[in-house]
Design a protein around this ligand. Structure first.
Ligand SMILES: Nc1nc2c(ncn2[C@@H]2O[C@H](COP(=O)(O)OP(=O)(O)OP(=O)(O)O)[C@@H](O)[C@H]2O)c(=O)[nH]1
Ligand SMILES: [Mg+2]
Length: 368
């Protein structure tokens, strides 16, 4: 029998938790092959959520309570995971909100995907069959949809639709690997940090649709402004796609600077200066991408791994030059030459960057 622990963080959820726990255990009785436990992680709620849970424990022997400080959702989860791993030897843990937004009836659907081989199952509000509450105010809908889109594009991981949701099943090995990373994120952004780390570690991720219900009792704890700032900071520091674009920009300046020195200062022929500067920029881009943008899948430290990949890198880069040259000439032919620099920027942003990012991921820094 495999053991699954539902970790439920609570802060002032008295009215909700006394409804949710019976619902979970009712459902758990019907689930075969899995032993379902519940660990409530309460941040010393002034409304006595903890006391309510304590009173339920005699009735539900698989229910536990962990009291922690009020240090945010991420900290509560990290402490809950640690406690579960050390004391309850779970095969997997669930994240689930206390406020009845997540329906416990879905638990078997998560487990089914785990049985089929997923390491993480995400309950998604944004795939077919999933939904956000109809009664949400427009600004909240927009915030939720746009927020997830930004994260999706920021990481260029388009296949994951729900980055911020809190209904997930996660195998214990994924949590163990990520603990050192996620302990740095105390707030809601920890959800993104955990998923990002798991993807980089090669976890197999699957989404299932969930209908997210609006909370009926109690108040929301999320601080949206702080959350937005944390999301942007996290993406900027961790997205290999953003790092890759920054490397491209550095490459542009290296190329330009060296051309300038050769052509203007050393009076070399233009084509020689251009050839040398382009190749140096390609080498510096290659190294920066290997050790920074794609550090988690960097090439083996061997000459025979570097040489063929460096040649491929040159081929892809030559492709970029060709696409840019032809693209800009076509644009100028059709639209006139006044705005050539606008066309150049558009071609780089919307064709060259995605094109090379895709090819590098496909042929050089492949998933391990
Ligand atoms: N232990 C603990 N739990 C927290 C903390 N902050 C939030 N939670 C819990 O995390 C879950 C999600 O928080 P919510 O406030 O419901 O966030 P939300 O679902 O984005 O917002 P609503 O849709 O308005 O409910 C709830 O069960 C909260 O009680 C915290 O600092 N400590
Ligand atoms: Mg909620």
């Amino acid at each position: 029998m495999r053991r699954a622990i539902l970790v439920i963080p609570t802060y002032n959820e008295a009215g909700n938790i006394e409804r949710l726990i019976p619902l979970i255990f009712q459902k758990a009785k019907l689930i075969q092959n899995w032993e379902i436990h519940v660990l409530v992680v309460d941040s010393k709620s002034p409304d006595k959520t903890g006391d309510i849970v304590r009173k339920l424990i005699p009735k539900y022997p698989r229910l536990r309570l962990l009291m922690v400080e009020k240090e945010g959702l991420g900290k509560a989860y990290t402490q809950g995971f640690l406690y579960a791993i050390e004391n309850l030897s779970p095969y997997l843990v669930f994240e689930i909100d206390a406020d009845l937004s997540h329906d416990p009836k879905q638990i078997p659907n998560f487990l089914r995907q785990i049985e089929k081989g997923a390491d993480i199952v995400i309950g998604s509000r944004y795939i077919k069959g999933g939904s956000i509450p109809r009664e949400w105010a427009l600004y909240r809908k927009i915030f939720s949809i746009v927020g997830n889109l930004v994260v999706r594009l920021g990481f260029m991981q388009l296949y994951i639709s729900d980055w911020t949701g809190g209904y997930r099943a996660i195998k214990t090995w994924v949590i163990k690997n990520a603990l050192n990373h996620i302990k740095n994120y105390s707030g809601y952004v920890f959800q993104i940090a955990l998923l990002d780390y798991a993807i980089k570690g090669g976890a197999n991720i699957k989404e299932i649709p969930i209908q997210f219900a609006d909370r009926k009792i109690g108040k929301s704890k999320i601080n949206s402004t702080q959350f937005i700032i944390n999301i942007f900071t996290y993406i900027f520091l961790h997205s290999s796609f953003i790092k890759f674009a920054v490397v491209g920009l550095i490459g542009f300046f290296v190329d330009f600077g060296i051309s300038y020195v050769f052509i203007e200062k050393l009076k070399s022929t233009v084509w020689v200066g251009t050839l040398i500067s382009t190749e140096i920029a390609i080498i510096s881009n290659f190294l920066l991408n290997n050790f920074w943008s794609f550090y988690y899948k960097k090439l083996e430290n061997k000459f025979r791994s570097y040489l063929p990949n460096f040649i491929k890198f040159n081929i892809v880069s030559s492709g970029s030059i060709l696409i840019q040259t032809i693209g800009i000439q076509l644009a100028v032919n059709f639209l006139g030459r006044d705005l050539w620099y606008v066309y150049k920027i558009l071609i780089i942003a919307f064709i060259i960057i995605p094109y090379s990012y895709f090819l590098y991921n496909r042929f050089i820094w492949k998933e391990k």
